[in-house]
Design a protein around this ligand. Structure first.
Ligand code: FES
Ligand SMILES: [Fe+2]
Length: 453
């Protein structure tokens, strides 16, 4: 098949230009081939610690994790940790998780709820707004040392659509100006009314960017994940947004165009139909019509279960994955029933390791006849009510993260790519238009590394 991608990308949504699903204008990011050392060199990693991570807005948590005053969650990146805590007035503040006395971590748990923070080392106390409440045996300190009442050091914190971000840099633009996505894009899914029902953090043998690259395109689907071909189109719609943001719309419920038989319904399509109450035995259409039938059924279910926010989502959004890249290190697989929030967290010292942090969030529907789609891969017995926030499942390196077959395939793939990138025989990645999001991401990264931002 020959595709003139400049004029005729194979996915045509016919969406009006102001619609959130409209194809975005192309961005010319050139054809430079970056030096592959960015994937393994300590020097490049050091530049990222100096020029990238402290200066960007980083996804630190989600609002449903801290509903009440005093609720906190800890976000860790490299050697930095942050406490993100709900205030009395409902706002959210964030602090370095470090005691001003002798640098002990003030919070030792991943999350919790407190009236005040007490450092375990010598018992200094801090209010939830970070101010110093009490110094143990204060009379034994020279007054000059503690005259400024050292509290927890605050960092910038803001949230949008249920996603909480922090920024270590005082000069970065406001979050709303920095997020490259149009207004409503995030909000329409009402993530703030979902709950984390599973949280897995696994360690992979690769640079964090090798991970990002693999998750930013569906070009590899037919080769690494052939099992998806019966129910997923791998020619995604790729869109580039300002500030390194991007998304791909991956049509679900359809057979890949690479499969010759577009009539016979795939067993997994049948499964998806059943999940939304369509009986495949009486369904009159072909495989081509399944996606639209599922959209109609989901629309009706949205009304039946009182899910008003479905009204803000297009038909295509009801079936498809809007995989959205939040520069630099987040991708969210956005679906009406729930979202997969993936963070690619760099290892603090090893450029060839990263943590794949995956939060699954779902919208709770208080009706026993409702269920979330099976492809969300939630283990049997997962509490979907939002009443218990599961702890993070930490999965060591070389242990499969139990996130399903597709992820297992990616773990192996990404490690092999990481090894290959170090070969003297490799010149650097050659990105196609199907990998335009990858190029867009690296181009933005370079602006930070080269001092343009
Ligand atoms: S280090 Fe926190 S009280 Fe001493
Ligand atoms: Fe993959």
């Amino acid at each position: 098949m020959s595709v003139n991608y400049k004029v005729e990308w194979p996915m045509t949504l016919n969406a009006p230009a102001d619609s959130l699903e409209a194809k975005q204008p192309p961005v010319d990011n050139g054809v430079d081939v970056p030096d592959p050392s960015r994937y393994y060199s300590r020097e490049f990693m050091q530049k990222e610690w100096e020029r990238l991570w402290p200066r960007v807005w980083l996804l630190a948590g989600v609002t449903p994790d801290i509903p009440e005053a005093g609720d906190y969650t800890v976000f860790e990146i490299g050697h930095e940790e942050f406490i993100v805590v709900r205030q009395e007035d409902g706002s959210i503040k964030a602090f370095y998780n470090v005691c001003p006395h002798r640098a002990n971590r003030v919070c030792m748990n991943e999350r919790g709820s407190v009236a005040r923070f007490t450092c375990a080392f010598h018992g200094w106390q801090f209010g939830c707004d970070g101010h110093l409440e009490k110094i143990t045996d204060e009379a034994t300190f020279d007054r000059r040392l503690v005259a400024d009442r050292p509290g927890l050091k605050e960092v910038r914190c803001d949230h949008v659509g249920g996603l909480i971000f922090i920024n270590m840099d005082g000069r970065a633009p406001a979050l709303c100006d920095w997020i490259g996505l149009p207004r409503g894009y995030i909000e329409n899914y009402e993530i703030d009314r979902m709950h984390v029902v599973r949280h897995v953090r696994s360690e992979w043998r690769a640079n964090w960017k090798t991970g990002i690259d693999a998750f930013y395109e569906t070009y590899h689907l037919p080769h690494i994940h052939p099992q998806t071909q019966g129910v997923m189109e791998d020619f995604s719609q790729y869109d580039l947004y300002p500030n390194g943001f991007s998304r791909m719309i991956v049509p679900i419920g359809v057979k890949s165009h690479r499969i010759a038989d577009q009539e016979a319904i795939d067993p997994y399509q049948k499964y998806m139909m059943q999940e939304v109450g369509i009986d495949p035995a009486t369904f009159k259409g072909s495989a081509r019509e399944v996606r639209e039938a599922i959209q109609k059924a989901k629309r009706a279910r949205g009304r039946k279960f009182g899910l008003d926010y479905y009204d803000k989502l297009t038909d295509a959004q009801l079936t498809d994955s809007w995989a959205t890249g939040y520069f630099p290190n987040v991708q969210i697989g956005m679906h009406p029933e729930g979202v997969f929030i993936m963070r690619f967290l760099p290892h603090p010292t090893d450029p060839e390791r990263f943590y794949y942090d995956n939060m699954t969030m779902v919208r709770h529907v208080d009706d026993p006849s409702y269920s979330v789609p099976g492809w969300m891969g939630l283990p049997e017995g997962t509490d979907l009510s939002g009443e218990t926030r599961p702890n993070i499942e930490h999965v060591p390196v070389d242990v499969k993260p139990n996130l399903g077959e597709v992820l297992d395939q990616d773990v192996e793939l990404v490690a092999a790519v990481q090894r290959g990138q170090k070969s003297r025989g490799f010149r650097g990645p050659l990105w196609s238009e199907q990998e335009q999001r990858v190029r867009h991401f690296h181009r933005e990264l370079d602006r930070y590394i080269n001092g343009e931002k």
